[in-house]
Design a binder for this molecule. Structure first.
Ligand SMILES: [Zn+2]
Length: 241
């Protein structure tokens, strides 16, 4: 029962993440105007806005003009549903489970924005940073760790700053890594960097096979986010590398 509930909450959060993605890219307010069809711009009714189900019952098409609805909508909703289901199931502390799931859903949204536009928004990094504090506190933070972590964060940010001046590597990517390492255990951080290497390599090779210009094409937010998610998942499942 609790699993079904977590999944449903995740799906609803997923539909917000879709709005967050689209409106960030279109540079519009998150709240106003109400949702409308991308094609005919008619305001959607409540029954058009039920996550996943509306998509299935309308067979992936707008109920007014019959134009195709983006497949992104149901996919993001289902992925968020699964994130909530898995994370809340694996964590004993329900509050931490909800916080971490929300954190991961936001990362999913930022990953899709990065894939579509190759940008990281400072306001999103700030929200992540704020969310990262209670997660850190609930997970482990003790004073000694706090001092070392703070030094570690400053080193990463300085390194990111220097590298971003030299070859225009995204400074935002380094800030993102710094924020994510904030709520990880030390052993997780090493796993996290190994994962970034492996996942980055897989995505890099895939792009080369597809003949893309990888210097421009590689979106780092999805690589970093996937590495974070897999690191946390390994820890929750108590799998040692
Ligand atoms: Zn329409």
């Amino acid at each position: 029962m609790i699993q079904l509930f977590s999944f449903l909450v995740g799906i609803v959060v997923g539909s917000f993440i879709n709005v967050f993605i689209d409106r960030t890219i279109e540079n519009k307010s998150l709240i106003y105007p109400p949702s409308a069809c991308d094609n005919c711009h008619r305001k959607l009714k409540i029954y058009n806005l039920i996550p996943v189900l509306s998509y299935i019952f309308q067979r992936g098409r707008c109920s007014f003009c019959k134009s195709k609805i983006k497949i992104q909508y149901p996919i993001v909703e289902i992925v968020c549903g699964l994130i909530y289901l898995i994370v809340i199931y694996l964590i004993d502390n329900p509050l931490l489970g909800i916080l971490l799931s929300t954190f991961l859903s936001l990362l999913l949204g930022m990953s899709i924005i990065d894939i579509k536009t190759r940008s990281i928004y400072t306001k999103h990094l700030i929200i992540l940073f704020i969310l990262s504090f209670p997660i850190s506190l609930a997970r482990y933070w003790i004073k000694f760790d706090l001092i070392i972590k703070t030094i570690f964060l400053i080193v990463i940010i300085l390194l990111g700053y220097v590298l971003s001046i030299k070859n225009k590597a995204g400074f935002g990517d380094f800030i993102l890594i710094a924020i994510l390492t904030m709520n990880m255990y030390f052993n997780e951080i090493s796993v996290f960097f190994i994962n970034i290497g492996i996942i980055g390599l897989i995505i890099g090779i895939t792009l080369i096979i597809k003949n893309k210009n990888i210097k421009y094409e590689i979106p780092f937010v999805p690589i970093i986010s996937l590495s974070y998610f897999s690191t946390i998942l390994l820890e929750l499942l108590k799998i040692q590398i």
